[in-house]
Design a protein around this ligand. Structure first.
Ligand SMILES: [Zn+2]
Length: 115
């Protein structure tokens, strides 16, 4: 990821970062131009979902790109059969949506239920 120095336009290097929320990270950057030397903070935010996650975090509610075929995804989720697969990726959240009836809004206590 390349950030340009706002003062001289030279590349800046990320020296440190701080996770502020699941969608916001503060990046501390330093200009590589020795004659400039600007140091600053870049606020990076995950703002739009282009392709939905297979392991969504129920506390994250991001905008969904217009190109995503929402009705087709709902149809697939409602009609797909379950296949055997053991995930190999990062740890799962250990959370699941409450599907006793209607879907609970993401991030609410009703949506977060230990398995
Ligand atoms: Zn600079």
């Amino acid at each position: 990821m390349i950030f340009r120095c706002p003062h001289c336009g030279t590349k800046s290097r990320v020296r440190n970062s701080q996770l502020m929320s699941p969608t916001v990270t503060w990046l501390y950057v330093q200009c590589l131009n020795l004659e400039c030397g600007h140091t600053g903070r870049v606020d990076a935010e995950a703002s739009v979902t282009i392709s939905p996650s297979a392991t969504p975090n129920p506390t994250v509610n991001m905008a969904l790109s217009r190109h995503v075929h929402r009705n087709l995804i709902v149809f697939q989720l409602d009609t797909a059969t379950v296949g055997d697969h053991v995930p190999h990726g990062p740890q799962q959240l250990g959370l699941q949506l409450d599907h006793d009836g209607d879907r609970a809004p993401p991030g609410t206590a009703a949506a977060l239920k230990r398995p």
